[in-house]
Design a protein around this ligand. Structure first.
Ligand SMILES: [Zn+2]
Length: 64
């Protein structure tokens, strides 16, 4: 299903964030990656197998 070269990392890969963005909805605060992962603007992620990744926003930046 991935048409990119090189192929995007699968959602189960540790670097799945590196997949290409195929749909971006900043007004709704999420984007869909080529490997099916939905990334939210708070850096939380929803995996296509139903798993979630809690927000992992860098903590070394000042909180606004
Ligand atoms: Zn791809």
């Amino acid at each position: 299903m991935c048409q990119h070269q090189p192929h995007c990392p699968p959602h189960e890969a540790a670097d799945h964030d590196a997949a290409r963005t195929v749909a971006c909805h900043p007004e709704q605060g999420w984007s869909l990656l080529c490997n099916g992962v939905v990334v939210f603007e708070d850096t939380g992620e929803l995996l296509p197998d139903g798993g979630i990744v809690v927000p992992h926003r860098p903590t070394d930046l000042p909180v606004r």
